[in-house]
Structures are given as structure tokens and as C-alpha cells.
Ligand binder design. Structure first.
Ligand SMILES: [Zn+2]
Length: 142
């Protein structure tokens, strides 16, 4: 299982542990996986350079004011589109940002955010050209 570990703070030489679930060995990694690991090492290094307490502060807990429920679509990155930092929003994503009464995952996320994190706002965010909704629309037309 791939693990992007940022808990090693200053030690960026081995900040990523584990094996990629889609890779038989390190030699067979595809370039995007290598790029992700390289980017993570750089990101850890950059965060520590900007704020040496960055990871210690994040590990002290979270007090987000927002629960964001959004689509899993790879083009919609929650924190980035809202201009927020890690710790600012509790994020739950699934296909087409759906909240169904029988969905334990979204139910748990909402309960945890509201009851324990005591978020002040719940944002349900859709987006244009959502693949799930487009599939639903086209299947109802024919
Ligand atoms: Zn979508």
C-alpha cells in the first residue's frame, strides 16, 4: 500500500514508505507514481522550511469550521478551489457529492464533523460536467 508519510518532518530522505499497490517492484513504478513520491518529498521539505513546526502543529488536532462534501472528480480539488489550508476544512468526497441515507461513509463523516468537530458550516459542492450526472442524464434520455 502506498503511503505518503509526512510525519518525519525534517527527514525527507525517507519520508515516503510502503509499496505502491499497483507496482510489483520499485523498478516497475510508472512515472506518475515516481512523480508523486518526488513531489511529496519536496512538499515536506518546503513545508518544514516555511514553518519548522508545521507538522507538529497539524498533529495537535483539527478544528475545521467547514464540512465540505464534494465530488471525487479529479478536476475538483476542495482545498485549492476554496483557497484553504490543511486543517481548515473536513472533507468528504464521493461520486457526484451524494449524501444517501444508507451510505455509512457519508453518514459517519457528517456525524463526526458535526458532533465531534463541531463544524459551523456544511458545504455541498457540485460542479459542471460531473461525469456521474452526465451518465445519469444520458441514460434517462434513451
Ligand atoms: Zn462530479
Amino acid at each position: 500500500m502506498t503511503s505518503l508519510n509526512n510525519a518525519n518532518e525534517g527527514d525527507t530522505s525517507d519520508s515516503l514508505g510502503g509499496d505502491c499497490i499497483s507496482c510489483a517492484s520499485d523498478d516497475s513504478r510508472d512515472s506518475i507514481i515516481d512523480r508523486i513520491f518526488d513531489n511529496n518529498r519536496k512538499w515536506v521539505r518546503d513545508q518544514v522550511m516555511l514553518d519548522r513546526n508545521y507538522f507538529d502543529d497539524l498533529s495537535n488536532g483539527q478544528t475545521p469550521e467547514i464540512l465540505y462534501i464534494g465530488c471525487s472528480d479529479s478536476r475538483v480539488t476542495a482545498e485549492q478551489i476554496m483557497g484553504l489550508k490543511p486543517g481548515d476544512a473536513f472533507i468528504h468526497r464521493n461520486i457526484a457529492n451524494m449524501v444517501l441515507s444508507l451510505d455509512l461513509s457519508s453518514g459517519c463523516a457528517i456525524t463526526y464533523a458535526v458532533k465531534y468537530l463541531k463544524v459551523k458550516h456544511v458545504v455541498v459542492c457540485g460542479h459542471y460536467n460531473c461525469g456521474k450526472l452526465l451518465k445519469y442524464e444520458t441514460s434517462n434520455i434513451s
